[in-house]
Design a protein around this ligand. Structure first.
Ligand SMILES: [Zn+2]
Length: 240
């Protein structure tokens, strides 16, 4: 058999157009063509999807940039930035600016060169105003990570209430809280009063000196705020 094939290679080749193997070959061809067409369609779809994704990413970047500028605009208001640094902390403005995209507390601390406990306290106070929120995620090792981000709408509301407040009443306590805490040793310098949640997160210890925080009623906290307001109003009129 093989000898015959070798001797007459054309004999078997000549038969192919009508023989079964030839039919199978044509079938293979059309399968390949279909495969090619599918591949081509898939490639086109992928290309279109990528284009849509690129466009979406571009839009998202533009939206994020616009929002960032808007937030910076709000913070540029002296009355508002004053309100934030007195009610939340001196470094809170820089923290807010970083929350334009979701961040972990340790990344914020590293970025600003601020102690992690101070960043956490600021975030918790911002959280009590509804201005900062967080999502929990599991990282690749299964650890829970908290990513903080800004609630732009809440920041706008806080901005509104801060700049429309009367000059001598620029201090506002979170409304949903009745227990406040402060450090007797650091208050004079830091001017920090913590709502309950933030104090709880700090295990009721001062992040500046480590001393136990003292509790204040809402009235006492307000009295401290009023005192501070009167002092800064005095400072303003003295400097004029
Ligand atoms: Zn202290």
């Amino acid at each position: 058999m093989s000898k015959f094939n070798k001797a007459n290679p054309r004999a078997s080749r000549g038969k192919t157009p009508n023989s079964k193997p030839a039919g199978a070959k044509r079938h293979v061809m059309s399968l390949k063509e279909r495969q090619d067409r599918l591949e081509a369609r898939r490639a086109l779809r992928l290309k279109e999807q990528k284009k849509v994704l690129r466009e979406q990413a571009k839009q998202a970047t533009i939206a994020a940039e616009t929002e960032k500028l808007r937030v910076e605009g709000l913070l540029d208001n002296v009355k508002f930035s004053d309100f934030i640094s007195k009610n939340v902390g001196k470094k809170a403005i820089n923290v807010i600016k970083l929350l334009n995209s979701p961040q972990t507390d340790d990344k914020i601390a590293a970025e600003l060169g601020v102690k992690i406990n101070e960043v956490r306290r600021i975030l918790n106070v911002l959280d009590s105003y509804g201005v900062a929120r967080y999502d929990t995620n599991k990282d690749s090792k299964g650890w829970l990570t908290f990513k903080w981000y800004l609630d732009g709408e809440k920041l706008t509301e806080l901005h509104e209430s801060a700049i429309t407040a009367k000059a001598d009443n620029g201090y506002k306590l979170p409304e949903n809280c009745n227990d406040f805490f402060y450090c007797g040793r650091c208050y004079e310098e830091a001017k920090v009063i913590l709502p309950f949640d933030a104090a709880y997160e700090a295990t009721f210890k001062c992040d500046g000196c480590g001393k136990a925080l003292k509790q204040l009623s809402k009235e006492e906290a307000r009295a401290l705020f009023d005192e501070e307001a009167a002092q800064s109003a005095g400072a303003v009129s003295a400097s004029v």
